[in-house]
Design a protein around this ligand. Structure first.
Ligand code: GLU
Length: 464
């Protein structure tokens, strides 16, 4: 095959759906793997339902997942004149005809066909009409072959054939002069020299019609690969009922793009029993050969597990930049707070999402720690006051706040008081954090640094 040219062709009628994102990723990976070209085409011929907001949402989602198109975005709405000339070409060559049947007539035909137990397809009334007045309201229909079959060898699903008698004379131009999806998609894919079309298998029924149009328009027919749908846990097509389906909703919930990419590509594609794939691994290993023929079930727990993996193993400087975004969104001011990279390192071991990490990081940035009443009652008592005072004494004498030095310091507190760590750590923790949950106390002390630790202990001591 010559240089691979693939495309992602979303209709901008909503956000970027995880199913669409997966299709886009498959295309993108194959293009990157082979030095091919990834084209982004915005299919906005339905002017009623297409919005700029949705275009932006799709572009944002793609950018967040790191998919940059080599060509595009190309907007179909800017090509209407060209599509018109192609309608004219088919009319001139006798491969299309004007159809004057009214919606009411078509409804009546459909009903009659159903009553007679036949497939409700267009009966061809206008197909052989001699006069073709242009002044009268009409659609333009493609003159589809009446017999034979249309077959293609799908790279995922195998050989697929349709009897041409099953296929209608497709409308290629509506009464208002706008062209239809099946028609423009063929013109664009052919003229953009797309040679492999990877898309959702909800388009399989469109493929034979499109192949007939390729032939009638004198274009080479590309290869097809139809990717199975993503289902919810009830085996129905994944929808909002099952939870978030928008790519950017996952960003907002604290997922990393590499986790979502890993999850989506692995869903419906396998490589032995491996589960963890960095982008580089996907580039190396992804192939359509191992894409399953049947639908995959979306498993939020597995996605969460992968997210935790990618957070745990993520570069802390990068995660710090991301954490700041989530903290900003929560209204947490990080300007005078502790070092964000250290904050991340204290939390990345356990956080399953960046949102969880942000929640767990809030205490670092709150000068006036909010004390959990139950924790305060349990740990701030007259008997424990000397514990905190002793911590203050040793920690104020400590110059270098590194992990080992802090550990040594706490040992000194234990020795001086003759107490186990279990009697000291929790008191100090409530003083510094406000509650009983936090990263290791050594980490917390190190990340907060001396000044903040001292201020927090002083403040806590006023509450006994
Ligand atoms: N615009 C179509 C859709 O969003 C995709 C068309 C195609 O991939 O051929 O479903």
């Amino acid at each position: 095959m010559s240089e691979l040219r693939v495309r992602f062709a979303p209709s901008p009628t909503g956000y970027l759906h995880v199913g669409g994102a997966r299709t886009a990723l498959f295309n993108y990976l194959l293009a990157r793997q082979s030095g091919g070209t990834f084209v982004l085409r915005i299919e906005d011929t339905d002017t009623e339902r297409s919005t700029q907001e949705s275009v932006d949402a799709i572009l944002d989602g793609m950018a967040w997942l790191g998919m940059r198109p080599d060509e595009g975005p190309i907007y179909q709405s800017e090509r209407f004149e060209h599509y018109k000339s192609k309608v004219q070409q088919l009319l001139d060559e006798g491969n299309a005809y004007r159809c004057y049947c009214t919606p009411e007539e078509l409804d009546a035909k459909r009903e009659a066909a159903m009553k007679a137990g036949e497939k409700p397809k267009y009966d061809g009334t206008c197909r052989n009409r001699e006069d073709q007045p242009t002044g009268q309201a009409h659609v333009v229909r493609f003159k589809a072959p009446l017999d034979g079959e249309t077959c293609f060898n799908d790279k995922i699903k195998g050989n697929i054939c349709f009897q041409n008698t099953e296929l209608d004379d497709l409308i290629i131009q509506r009464t208002d002069g706008t062209p239809t999806y099946n028609f423009v998609v063929v013109i664009d894919d052919a003229e953009m020299k797309i040679n492999l079309i990877i898309r959702g298998d909800d388009h399989i029924n469109n493929t034979p019609r499109q192949i007939q149009l390729y032939r009638a328009l004198g274009y080479d027919v590309p290869e097809f690969a139809h990717v199975p749908m993503i289902l919810g846990s009830d085996k129905k097509r994944l929808s909002k009922r099952h939870g978030a389906t928008s790519v950017m909703a996952y960003r907002d919930m604290g997922y990393l793009p590499e986790a979502l990419t890993n999850y989506l590509v692995r869903l419906g594609w396998s490589f032995g029993d491996e589960e963890i794939f960095a982008f580089g691994d996907l580039l190396e290993k992804f192939s359509l050969d191992n894409v399953g023929k049947s639908a995959g079930v979306f498993n939020p727990e597995k996605l969460l597990w992968l997210n935790a993996h990618w957070i745990k193993n993520g570069n802390s400087a990068r995660l710090a930049r991301l954490l700041k975004e989530y903290l900003d969104e929560k209204g947490v001011d990080t300007t005078d707070g502790p070092n964000l990279v250290m904050v991340v390192e204290s939390l990345q071991e356990r956080a399953q999402t960046m949102l969880e990490m942000a929640d767990g990081a809030v205490f670092y940035f709150t000068p006036e720690v909010e004390f959990d009443p139950a924790a305060e009652e349990k740990f701030f008592k007259s008997e424990t006051k000397p514990v905190l005072e002793c911590c203050r004494k040793h920690l104020s004498a400590l110059g270098d706040y590194n992990h080992d030095a802090i550990e040594g310091c706490m040992k000194a507190v234990m020795e001086e008081l003759g107490l186990k760590f279990g009697k000291i750590g929790p008191v100090l923790r409530v003083a510094l954090v406000g509650g009983t949950q936090s990263p290791s106390i050594y980490h917390v002390v190190e990340v907060l640094g001396k000044e903040r630790v001292m201020a927090r202990i002083e403040r806590a001591l006023t509450r006994f």
